[in-house]
Design a protein around this ligand. Structure first.
Ligand code: HMG
Ligand code: MG
Length: 285
């Protein structure tokens, strides 16, 4: 069976959008459950401004609180050097710089232009290289922007090329507001593949319009084998009004199994984690 890796982003992309402040112990319990499911990488923290995203303010406590499973890399978002230093101090195994293919979203999400964001990422990527910390790159709004509308594939490819040049080992392509269609995702991927081979790409598809799974299938056809997902379909982005959660990990894992792709995940542990995630969203104590 061809292998597909699911990169679990629920504890970060999923929880960052929850209005109710979720106690650190509950986040730790979710990450520990996910650690038993067979993921190789789990995004658990975000070292952004706590004024911008209060839900992620306890990211250092989450990293300190989890029992780390062998073979799992625990990842964190780092928008600038301050974030990188916090992530290092907290012991994140890998970090991610996150840009956008549209100016409107870059301004709303990072309070700066695309060019300025790339200037802030460069020293993060450099420091990480010197420290031997893997850096992942994200590009948001690879299909549509909540502020600027449809995004041209060439604009995505241009940011991907910059992140590649900074040394990102993998670049995750975000359909942030989940409006992409398989045809448009394929067109975007074809442009991006001119810059980076499929082995260094990941699909990060939110499920707002219910098309995340078909967009994954379109990406599989073009050779992409890593997909981000959030257990329980948690999430959204605070700076993308109306954005729903990521594709649900358990739904993606089930679909991959149907298509004959091995994800190496334990579906019963995933179901347990999904129940925990849904209870957190519902505001259970
Ligand atoms: P800014 O206000 O322009 O930054 O924010 P600044 O450098 O002027 O700093 C302002 C204040 O923030 C200062 O504090 C800094 O110390 C502090 P003050 O002096 O006012 O007390 N600060 C920080 N504090 C802690 N950690 C830091 C940090 N940096 C500055 N790292 C900034 C710029 C990037 C910080 C801000 O815009 C921000 O935090 N944005 C985060 C947005 C975010 O987290 N969005 C969600 C994640 S992205 C996403 O979900 C998309 C993705 O899933 C892919 C997809 O779906 O498309 C990845
Ligand atoms: Mg996202």
């Amino acid at each position: 069976m061809a292998e597909v890796e699911i990169f679990e982003v629920g504890p970060r992309d999923g929880l960052q959008n929850e209005k109710r402040l979720i106690p650190t112990e509950q986040k730790v319990a979710l990450v520990e459950c996910l650690s038993r499911a067979g993921f190789r990488r789990i995004e658990v923290a975000s070292f952004v401004s706590p004024k911008w995203v209060p839900q992620m303010a306890d990211s250092d406590a989450v990293l300190a609180g989890i029992r780390r499973a062998p073979g799992v890399r625990y990842a964190a978002l780092t928008p600038n050097m301050k974030g990188y230093q916090r992530a290092r101090a907290a012991g994140a195994d890998e970090v991610a710089i996150f840009g956008a293919a549209s100016e409107g979203f870059s301004r709303a999400n990072l309070n700066c232009s695309i060019a300025e964001s790339l200037e802030r990422f460069a020293p993060v990527a450099e420091a990480a290289r010197a420290d031997g910390v893997p850096v992942r790159g994200y590009v948001s709004c690879v299909s549509d922007c909540p502020y600027d509308g449809p995004v041209a594939p060439g604009a995505v490819a241009a940011v991907v090329a910059r992140l590649r040049d900074m040394g990102c080992y993998e670049i995750s392509l975000g359909d942030t507001i989940g409006q992409g269609t398989p045809e448009r995702i394929a067109a975007m991927l074809r442009a991006v593949l001119e810059e980076v081979p499929s082995e260094r790409l990941a699909g990060h598809y939110h499920d707002t319009a219910g098309r995340a799974l078909v967009n994954v299938e379109a990406s599989l056809e073009l050779g992409v084998r890593v997909f981000d997902a959030a257990v329980g379909g948690l999430g959204g982005c605070p700076y993308a009004p109306g954005a729903a959660g990521n594709v649900a990990t358990e739904a993606l894992a089930a679909r991959m199994a149907e298509l004959g792709h091995d994800t190496g995940l334990d579906h019963s542990v995933l179901a347990e984690a999904a129940a925990m995630a849904r209870a957190m969203r519902a505001g259970a104590p």
